[in-house]
Design a protein around this ligand. Structure first.
Ligand code: SAM
Length: 288
């Protein structure tokens, strides 16, 4: 069965009386090469389990099942479950669960798979919820090897941006805390049915096994990053002033100077290591 063939997709849809649900971000991939490239890129270890979010009609799931030991797929749309039973029926290494990933206890679900070997994430993510899903995966602290996802091209540029570039933002810095992100390739909008309004890109995050950053207070690190980007186009000093009303102007300028930054520097110039240093100095002041 060629799940990338639009005629086949339409036949399957008709067979199961399925119609696309816009509210679930349903844009199904129809380019076989792209699907294969994502499945190839998502994890290096054949022995691994792949957590897929949003299998749709099973196009990517199919290729993952051919390549990896196990695939666990979470699909929110109940209407797709009989479709997936049909399209993935030949595999005994695929488990489809009808659940909203945002409501799933990932730790409980994945514990037996982590006990068996490496686990990676691979998905063509629904665009309406890309960042919350990524943050949930990262904040779960589960030791995924890789997170490989297709997302809006513009968001991919932001997530893989370097400090100081125009696309660099708070989410980029937060992501850099958890791992290294690379943009793999871009996919034009016409490779999906229905076609979304924008192009997409595939990014791969290699999660740190041992995180190289050790902030004194992680919540304070994230608060510092949020504050620094909260007032874009303002200097770091002014942005921190707004984000930390409990600090005096002098305390902020002293801290920024002590970190070796010019007082005119903007938050978007700082990489994650520099944010850790900054938040550790703020920590010292706040704990007094
Ligand atoms: N993987 C398929 C493909 O590449 O053709 C479909 C990808 S489509 C962009 C996103 C899929 O995620 C849809 O099947 C949608 O129903 C599902 N989805 C949306 N929100 C979800 C959620 N919160 N939890 C699980 N699945 C979700």
């Amino acid at each position: 069965m060629n799940l990338c063939d639009i005629k086949t997709v339409k036949q399957i849809m008709a067979m199961f009386h399925f119609t696309f649900r816009k509210e679930f971000g349903q844009n199904f991939l129809t380019d076989r090469m792209v699907v294969e490239d994502i499945a190839d890129a998502c994890c290096m270890d054949e022995n691994s389990t792949v957590l897929e979010i949003g299998p749709g009609i099973g196009t990517l799931t199919y290729e993952l099942a051919l390549r990896r030991r196990r695939v666990v797929s979470l699909e929110i749309d109940r209407g797709l479950i009989p479709v997936l039973d049909f399209t993935l029926g030949e595999f005994d290494n695929v488990r489809v669960i009808n659940e909203d990933v945002m409501q799933t206890d990932l730790e409980a679900l994945l514990a037996p798979y982590f006990a068996e070997g490496p686990v990676s994430v691979c998905a063509n993510l629904p665009y309406y919820i890309t960042t919350p899903i990524l943050m949930k995966l990262l904040e779960s602290r589960l030791p995924f090897d890789y997170i490989t996802v297709m997302i809006q091209a513009e968001v991919a540029d932001r997530l893989a941006a370097k400090a100081g570039s125009k696309d660099y933002g708070a989410i980029t810095a937060v992501l850099a805390y958890y791992g290294e992100t690379e943009k793999l390739f871009t996919v034009p909008a016409d490779r999906f049915v229905p076609a979304p309004k924008v192009n997409s890109s595939v990014i791969r995050i290699k999660l740190y096994k041992e995180r190289p950053y050790h902030p004194r207070d992680e919540a304070l690190l994230f608060r510092t990053i949020k504050a620094a980007f909260g007032q874009r186009r303002k200097t770091l000093v002014n942005a921190l002033g707004a984000g930390f009303p409990e600090l005096s102007r002098e305390q902020i300028t002293d801290t920024v100077t002590a970190c070796g930054h010019d007082l005119n520097v903007r938050g978007e110039r700082l990489d994650i290591a520099q944010f850790v240093e900054l938040s550790d100095r703020i920590y010292e002041i706040l704990k007094k």
